[in-house]
Design a protein around this ligand. Sequence first.
Ligand SMILES: Nc1ncnc2c1ncn2[C@@H]1O[C@H](COP(=O)(O)OP(=O)(O)OP(=O)(O)O)[C@@H](O)[C@H]1O
Ligand SMILES: [Mg+2]
Length: 395
Amino acid sequence: MDEIATKKLTFASVLKNPIYKDRNLLFELLPKKGLVHRIEQKNELVMELAPILMNSAVNCVFLYGNPGTGKTALVSEIVDELGKESKKRKIEFKTAYINCSENKTETTILIEVLNQLGEEEYPRLGWTRTKALSEFKKKLSDKNTNLLIVLDEVDYALKESGDDILYRLSRINERIKANVSTVLISNDIRVIDYIKPKTASTAGRVKIIFAPYTYEELRDILKARVMGSFQKKVVSKAVIEKIAEIEANRGGDARKALELLDACGKLALGEKKNKIGLELVNAADTSLEKDTILGTIATLTKHQKLLMLTMLKQKEKDLEGTGVYKKYKETCVKQNVSPLSVRRIRTFLVDFAEMGLLKQEVTWLRDLKKKSRSIRVEIDSGTKKKAIKMIRDSL
Ligand SMILES: Nc1ncnc2c1ncn2[C@@H]1O[C@H](COP(=O)(O)OP(=O)(O)OP(=O)(O)O)[C@@H](O)[C@H]1O
Ligand SMILES: [Mg+2]
């Protein structure tokens, strides 16, 4: 008998990837075991937001910090904890998370909040600000609930639409029964410049600063992440320390540190290694700069980016031609720009396919007995998140 026949093979052993255990965990906003560090900021947030659990509103708590310093992650952890605690105490608590780089006007922000309340489906096209605001007040006027609105990357909305939304949100509790609280997140410290003194006196009294991560903090964050996402003994202490050192010197960005670690993993896979050696770190660092998909996306025009963003954000695996155009129009409204014609968008889709960003297939929809184009974005989940972030930042 030959050797293969005597050696027992299982699917698990064949499919076992010698480098990663679960690569997706590298990109999770909230790791299962919670965040590492940021105790001080968390304590401040707990203190500031505790009144919500006493049925009173908290006005505009501001969080500042450079990209990748854990603002969004920490707030999402706190929101989870508020949710659990309010259940225990039988306090009505609802929350809405809005990314303002995608919802830049007061109208789209309000509609998004209403939609996240989940009681009704509100159309994302064709609403005026007055209508959205009066619907918002109506929905909350006689409710005994505590609503926490998180406006992430709020500087985008302030630059585009001014600070009226903050002023109105800070005053809204005078007119309705529900308690509306707000947390604002920004990585642009100049956000203050966009706020008028009139608003500043009622909003943004509390500020919580997220300093760039230090070498030690990045090292601990990486160490904790390596456990679930890589196979045992693939990533050495020296590699973690080197990545932490590189990124601490660059701006203390945890996202970048995790990306560099992932780039090392991908290189090791490509080179069929079963360990990540120290020499791979520099090579991975260079390879990140020449990521071709991201490079291609960076060269797109504004409306191509809007279309790409629309497709990257879709939950369904396959999209269908006409649906894409409707979603693209919604993206335009949220960004406060006028949409291009359906014909232009169709040519963009052809361009994207040529650039290798997506796949198009003509299929027969069995039930409807008609032809339909299905479109699929061909990008892995880690790169997808990076691409979304890159496009948002550039719009
Ligand atoms: N203290 C931490 N512990 C574990 N993971 C962290 C920590 N801080 C950040 N991360 C991870 O780093 C990545 C970036 O964090 P996050 O998105 O919260 O940054 P941010 O401050 O909101 O950045 P931006 O200003 O660009 O939105 C996330 O994947 C997050 O899980
Ligand atoms: Mg963020």
